[in-house]
Write a protein that binds this ligand. Sequence first.
Ligand code: ZN
Length: 725
Amino acid sequence: MIRRLMVLAIALVACATEQKKPDTAEQKKTALTDDKQESPLLAPWHGPWNGVPPFGKFKVAEIKTAMEKGMAQNLAEIDQIATSPEPPSFENTIAAMERAGQPLSRASAVYGVYTSTMNDDEMQKIQSDISPKLAAFNDKIVQNAKLFARIAAVYEKRQGLNLTQEQQRLLWLDYSGFVRNGANLDDAAKKKLSDLNQELAALSTRFSQNLLAEEGTEMILLESEADLAGLSPSLREQAAAAAASHGKPGKWAIVNTRSSTDPFLTFSTRRDLREKVWRMFVMRGDNGDAHDNNSTIAQMLKLRAQKAKLLGYPSYAHWKLEDQMAKTPERTVALMEAVWKPAVGRVREEVADMQAIADKEKARMKIAPWDYRFYAEKVRKAKYDLDENDVKPYLQLEKLREGMFWVAGQLFGFKFVPVTDGSVPVYQPDVRVWEVQDQAGKHVGLWYFDPYARQGKNSGAWMNEYRPQSRLLGEPVIVSNNANFVRGKPAEPILISWDDATTLFHEFGHALHGLNSKVTYPQLAGTSVPRDYVEFPSQLLEHWLSTRQVLDQFALHFQTGQPVPAELVKKIERTQTFNQGFITVEYLSSALVDMKLHLAPAPTNDPRQFEKDTLAAVGMPGEIVMRHRTAQFHHIFADGYEAGYYSYLWSDTLSADAWEAFQEAGGAYDKAVVKRLHDDVFSVGNTVDPADGYRAFRGRDPGIGALMRKRGFASPTATMQKAAR
Ligand SMILES: [Zn+2]
């Protein structure tokens, strides 16, 4: 995952991505003379390598004032550009916008770190206060008519300007981004759009708060030993702690979150309780009570449709998809439908396998949604003979980190040197920093690593960029990887699961995408690519974990030092396609409903019924429920993934296809394919259309054959063709 902070208007309208723009020497002076008592959050960064974030040198309360002041300064700079007496040129308009807003970029970098990893009560209040202000700030820039007139003037004379390919793309992204967001509308329509945006922001907050309330208060209480049947000691401990923290000491609680309900549904032998827990979880936001989200959703869909109409698009999905790699909703639906049928076919097989086990146990029942995880686990053990506990001793967090560094060296010539002299401050003592150098020992950037779970830190794992690479501003890139590993005892290695190891490599893929960037303009740097393309480099990098070279050198038993046996690796590899019917259908049903909700020209005012009808029409298997039902679909009502949940599948189509390019050549470390990967994917950021970049790498457009093979959905003929190759 990649966390994108919706901060700077220019970046936001162009490609909905986070941008942090560093400083130039000249503007450093101006900024300093503007205000002698400037906050360290806005001031140019001090320290080695053109400065590093000023962690430890400010109070949290200053983040709010710095953000407000940074926005005001940025608006003043934008006004200067808009009212320049010079005739509009690429340099004094488009490039000038790239140089503007650096104090805000610096403050935003810290704001992003604190809202995602240090989000205590004080920070949450600041966030509630700042986010609507950021929305208004964005609108002010997009709706600045003088600014847009200059952008449009440059755009109209673009043919005669002798622009580089990158400049042409930046100009097009700026121009089309402004148009897409209403810069061409008349004043009345602009006002209406701005009102819609603010109303949508408020509804989105209400949606989140409703969901938070249901996830935070509802639980299933387990009263006695009999209710705990099947649960491991660690799961019992977690449930006891959850009950105690909800004022029920001495009992056990399954709270209403995925991390609490999933293990219960997987391991509890109490079918009646599994059903109760399942019902609680899938009904979040849909209970017809004070926190029911259906009317909020209906209102949001209505306003989104109005917004699309105001901007001249047939549907909200058409508006949203235009600047993505997919470009049209129809192409995403075609992909989803192509995968849907074989995935449902696989579900039928999975259910048959599970039913066979249930029948053998004389369970006298038919597999229901609350049985899927439980019986899938039994099938996994019976069919693949793989116990996760056999693998873990070989997966030491720090050894795998060394393995990632080794891969970065093999693929991109990078060397990681730990920074231990205290010259780079961190926001939390657990955070460590490495300097990244190229083959010649030249400085490339910095990599921050924040591996452990703690209060106030978002769950999951992600990459964050503190400062993008750009030749224009001449300052090196700074990125971070963040995770939620549970810290062990000092001096004991932290052992992680195969899934977690895969995630580690995934996030490192995002970091390498940022570190390899070689572009001129910061808005186009590294990971600032469309949402349906950004997961491609990171999903691809996951594959290097299972290469023999990495496993032999870095997957070492924490006691014996022996590498993981080939036999065990084979077992892991065989389970890669296990349960893919369930995983794909659970995900894809959500992605399909998302797209259809936003494709409807007259949006539904009954989201619950719409969901039911849509699933019936596609033939949803009765044994599975959507991964995110509409009433609880945070991605699409509060996270910017609306008409965009398909992105994961789209990116996976590319990464599966790209991995086969290595297989067809000399393997994972094939020099020629690696070079193309660097030149056409990892280094170009958003300077080329992603479809063109991919074609340059692969020599053709991606097909879905590789994705089908990866998930084990290949038709017999496709498999035979592959084998014959
Ligand atoms: Zn990712």
